[in-house]
Design a protein around this ligand. Structure first.
Ligand SMILES: NC(=O)c1ccc[n+]([C@@H]2O[C@H](COP(=O)([O-])OP(=O)(O)OC[C@H]3O[C@@H](n4cnc5c(N)ncnc54)[C@H](OP(=O)(O)O)[C@@H]3O)[C@@H](O)[C@H]2O)c1
Length: 246
């Protein structure tokens, strides 16, 4: 148990699985009190137990981020936070003719609107206290065309754009806002996609393998940490490198 973040409170969305779960457990191990968010109460309780077993402090708050009222309820239940990690996200794949209005709206609601509402609800209090760190999870599909991932990539490209706006809006009052652009990562979400789909995305990396959730979590933790004190408005690439045109 370290004390680097002792006295800080963090909200990690989508902390019941994958990258978010790892971030939540690591933040708690650094001394932060962590609000573990998700929808699945059983897995939320497991994460809180894992945090407690490591000597940390955590509590679970359930909310469906596709519902703006529930996002508001989550922000109120979290209270004043020093760290916000906008991690929860969905990724469904479809070509353009197959993309429905509902699929577009759901991606934008969960991947883009929910972070917007959380930053709007929580960043002003961070700014009033003169400090805070916000990190959002993006994807290589935000900048690299990925077949079938148009809507997913667009929802995260919008999130990256908002990241730069938030950095400007809150930066002079001590709040840093960044994003991590992740490559293919082994999580329950990508396990559902299947090994073949993960292998296909992995071909777009130089390292030639998917990341482990812990490797992406480390990039998030760096941006949250005091070591990143002069870094804001950036998108840190943790995508395994971009292969050259051959
Ligand atoms: N894995 C990758 O290869 C990869 C690559 C690039 C970027 N990313 C980004 O990294 C983030 C995490 O990805 P992951 O693969 O770790 O995710 P994952 O394993 O699919 O887990 C998703 C998490 O988000 C939560 N969530 C999903 N929909 C929600 C909703 N409507 N309301 C509230 N919570 C919701 C889930 O909570 P419940 O299950 O409790 O509902 C779960 O905790 C996402 O933003 C994703 O776009 C992932």
């Amino acid at each position: 148990m370290s004390t680097e973040l002792s006295g800080a409170r963090a909200l990690v969305t989508g902390a019941t699985a994958g990258i978010g779960r790892t971030v939540a457990v690591r933040l708690a191990a650094l001394g932060a009190e962590v609000v573990v968010h998700g929808r699945n109460a059983r897995r939320g309780a497991e994460v809180v137990e894992e945090i407690s077993a490591g000597g940390g402090r955590g509590r679970f708050v359930a909310a469906d981020l596709s519902d703006p009222a529930d996002v508001g309820r989550l922000a109120a239940a979290a209270g004043d936070v020093d760290v916000l990690v906008n991690n929860a996200g969905i990724y469904r794949f479809e070509d353009t003719p197959g993309t429905t209005a509902e699929m577009f709206d759901t991606h934008m609601a969960i991947n883009t609107r929910a972070p917007l509402l959380l930053v709007g609800a929580l960043a002003p209090a961070m700014a009033a206290r003169g400090h805070g760190a916000i990190v959002s999870l993006s994807t290589m599909a935000a900048t690299t065309p990925a077949r079938g991932a148009g809507v997913y990539g667009a929802s995260k490209a919008a999130l990256e754009s908002l990241t730069r706006v938030w950095a400007d809006e809150f930066g002079s009052r001590g709040v840093r806002v960044n994003a991590v652009r992740s490559g293919p990562t082994r999580t329950p979400g990508t396990a559902e996609m299947g090994e073949d789909a993960l292998r296909t995305v992995t071909r777009a990396t130089v390292l030639g393998r998917p990341a482990e959730a812990a490797e992406i979590a480390e990039a998030v933790l760096f941006l949250v940490s005091p070591q990143a004190s002069y870094i804001t408005g950036t998108v840190l690439e943790a995508r395994g490198g971009e292969p050259a045109i051959a």
